[in-house]
Design a protein around this ligand. Structure first.
Ligand SMILES: [Mn+2]
Length: 431
């Protein structure tokens, strides 16, 4: 595997932190032992964690007002892979890349797969895009795609999704994520039921093109760009459609795609209970689909989501394996730094949730000991597992402090020289 960041530099950086890390790790290990937890088991568990990075997240994002380009942004999918490889090299928690078509459409899929392989990366779920028009495209998606009134528009959108499956297949992926912005901006614009009927008809054709070992993930989103009625607005609609389509269709939960204060962990519990939880797009938000860094606003919510996942995992065994992906827009930070920090935050929630003694919790719940049930969760959430995460990274060849190692490497300066800005080339934005 090619290391983009010099392995010697990472080792030097780690050496500076080694004594402190060891002391913190031993102190935490002692505290956890008093709670009956084995720190080595938790560190081994942390090492199993993996969350895919969105290829579009490697470039600077933007809002509907403007985009302020960053230095050395990747200009094509190969450069995006290099950045994704840096993230994985330093965190050892992001071996998957989730590509977006047509933004990342390769002229030669096997060449792209080889490039990923040489960087130690694999391709995760592929994402289709029928929420904007591409240059030279015959039909416009202005009035919808898979749900459009026009049969020709729907046919074009279906064909694009089937092409995504074929590209994904060549890249070694095994899932297609479909998000459509289709909907209405005005009451009366669409027949609400008719739109969903057309969606299902279109999705049936896409579903029929799925290979045996593939899944299709239906991503719901409350609003935007349709501001009155989005066709796939909520988990209920997503669940109904996934059920209609069949076992290969599952629901994808993007944390930012709900109304403020929605109990997302309960949605996770429901979807898991009925076997329809396909995966996640992790991010954080304050007001809407803000696409902020995971865990930056509401880390307790992230923990509670993983608390439900730990419960589902215990019940479902090894067959329960939702796909984890980050889906964020980095407008004011270096995307590599944000993606590394975010992967660590999701991993943190994963490890913290494993510290909850589920039998003890069930006992407290059974005894209606409300206060201690709540305290049991809070105790896990309050525990700073940073030494576990750092040790997991170091043992796997990553960085004790990924952002510090990245800054010390001078990577951004180096690529800024190699990648002069090219207008419109980053293919980034809010998805
Ligand atoms: Mn998303």
């Amino acid at each position: 595997m090619t290391n983009i960041i010099d392995a010697g530099l990472v080792a030097d950086q780690n050496a500076k932190l080694e004594a402190g890390l060891q002391a913190d790790y031993e102190a935490l290990g002692g505290m956890l032992a008093r709670r009956g937890l084995d720190i080595e088991e938790l560190t081994a568990l942390a090492q199993t964690f993996d969350v895919a990075v969105p290829s579009w997240g490697a470039g600077t994002g933007g809002t509907r007002f403007a985009r302020f380009a960053g230095r050395g942004e990747p200009r094509n999918v190969f450069e995006k892979l290099e950045d994704c490889s840096v993230i994985n090299q330093l965190t050892r928690a992001t071996s998957g890349v989730s590509p977006h078509f047509p933004w990342d459409k390769p002229s030669d899929a096997s060449e792209l797969r080889q490039a990923a392989d040489s960087l130690g990366l694999v391709f995760d779920a592929v994402n289709s895009n029928t929420f904007q028009d591409q240059l030279g495209q015959e039909q416009t998606y202005k009035f919808g795609s898979l749900t459009a009134q026009s049969k020709e528009v729907r046919a074009q959108a279906i064909a694009h999704n089937i092409e995504c499956i074929e590209l994904g297949r060549a890249l070694g992926s095994n899932a297609l994520t479909v998000w459509v912005g289709d909907g209405a901006n005005f009451p009366g614009q669409n027949n609400l039921r008719g739109s969903l009927e057309r969606y299902l008809d279109s999705m049936r054709e896409i579903y029929a093109a799925l290979p045996d070992d593939w899944n299709v993930f239906i991503e719901h989103k409350l609003f935007e760009p349709a501001f009155y009625a989005t066709v796939i607005a909520d988990w209920g609609t997503s669940f109904a459609c996934a059920t209609e389509l069949g076992p290969k269709a599952k629901c994808l939960v993007d944390l930012g795609h709900h109304a403020p204060n929605t109990n997302i962990e309960m949605i996770v519990a429901r979807l898991a209970q009925f076997g329809k939880l396909g995966g996640f797009h992790f991010n954080d938000s304050k007001y809407g689909d803000d696409d902020l860094d995971s865990g930056s606003i509401n880390p307790f919510q992230l923990f509670l989501v993983f608390n439900e996942l730990a419960d589902a995992s215990l019940r479902g065994g090894s067959s329960f394996k939702p796909a984890y992906m980050l889906d964020q827009s980095h407008n004011v930070t270096d995307p590599i730094e944000s993606l590394m920090s975010s992967a660590v935050e999701v991993q943190r929630a994963f490890v913290q949730s494993a510290m909850v003694d589920r039998a003890e919790l069930a006992g407290l719940q059974g005894a209606n000991d409300v206060l201690n049930s709540a305290q049991l969760l809070k105790r896990a959430f309050r525990t700073d597992v940073s030494p576990i995460l750092a040790m997991a990274r170091v043992r796997a060849g990553g960085a004790a402090d990924p952002v510090a190692a990245y800054r010390a490497s001078g990577y951004r300066d180096r690529v800024a020289g190699l990648r002069p800005a090219k207008a419109g080339a980053s293919s980034s934005g809010i998805v």
